[in-house]
Write a protein that binds this ligand. Sequence first.
Ligand SMILES: *Cc1c(COP(=O)(O)O)cnc(C)c1O
Length: 348
Amino acid sequence: MKTIFFTPGPTQLYPTVKNHIKKALGQNIPSLSHRGDKFMNIYKTTTESLKQLLDIPHSYQIFFLSSSLEAMERIIENTVKKYSFHLVNGAFSKKFFQTAQQLKKIPEKIEVALGRGFDMKKITVPARSELVCLTHNETSSGVSLPLSDINKLKSRFPNHLYALDIVSSAPYPKINFANFDLAFFSVQKGFGLPAGLAVLIVSPKALKKGVNSTSYHSFISLSEKAKIYQTPETPNVLNIYLLGKVAQDMLKKGIKKIRKETEEKAKLIYDFFETDKRFGPFIQEKRFRSLTTIAINVKDSQKILKHLSQAGIIVGKGYGEFKTKQIRIANFPSHQIEDVKKLLATIG
Ligand SMILES: *Cc1c(COP(=O)(O)O)cnc(C)c1O
């Protein structure tokens, strides 16, 4: 029986990945030297494909890290001397805040309950803040912050650096990078790849901030190496290769089509759970509902998880205190519309 993973990450592999892995093994990609021409070509192709797919300005640099938690740490380390400012509404935005605490900075926050978004009009970014940290899609609750709201915040407080966690929404959101100096994602979510690689996008302004960091992944050393299409350490060469291939597949398909399909599948899912009395979307305010990680209130998540898994369908449990009271359904480009229909029919 075919198994389909609707888990928020790791998740269903993008449909072309198996074939790309076979080809990569045929070409000895995992054995290539990370100082050689072949790897440098892979680095170049992958970063250029990502820039095209996500409309990232030419002047921005792309760094490869091991995880998004690492991205949070490197961002704070390299751009904050003292004060960061965080919008916290769930586990991952909280993690960003706690990372700053662990690094002995002075993070400040506006916090709302799990399942809530922010009224950006009421938010004041303190003048001393060097960096504003935002989580576009809070995977723990299924809340997504409308980019138009974030863009307005930026226009009211334009002088700070802005960092955006797009881990569980990319490549869906159409981001205006003029408003963001830092953005990051891991590949095991929206790109449908094996875990163990994260992408950090950095503006010239953020690079220049250059708070001294001594890590082997300081922006200075990452940037020096990126200029010659290399990394300071021995990286996840296979995954960097696969990411380039999947980005190219997505470009061939067309990002507009991917966005439209994401919206169509999300509508199927929300419509189904809204009309069925046994369930209901967790997020009450429609404008904050995530299209890519959808949280649904249920009576007994274990029963549903078991029923679905017997049909080869794996969905996520609820987060934290909602473990038994919710299920979470990922809606990434790797999820086909017929798989979504099968999921809904199986719930019945
Ligand atoms: C999964 C996730 C992370 C952490 O990603 P790792 O690859 O496990 O480091 C961070 N932020 C969000 C919103 C996530 O969904």
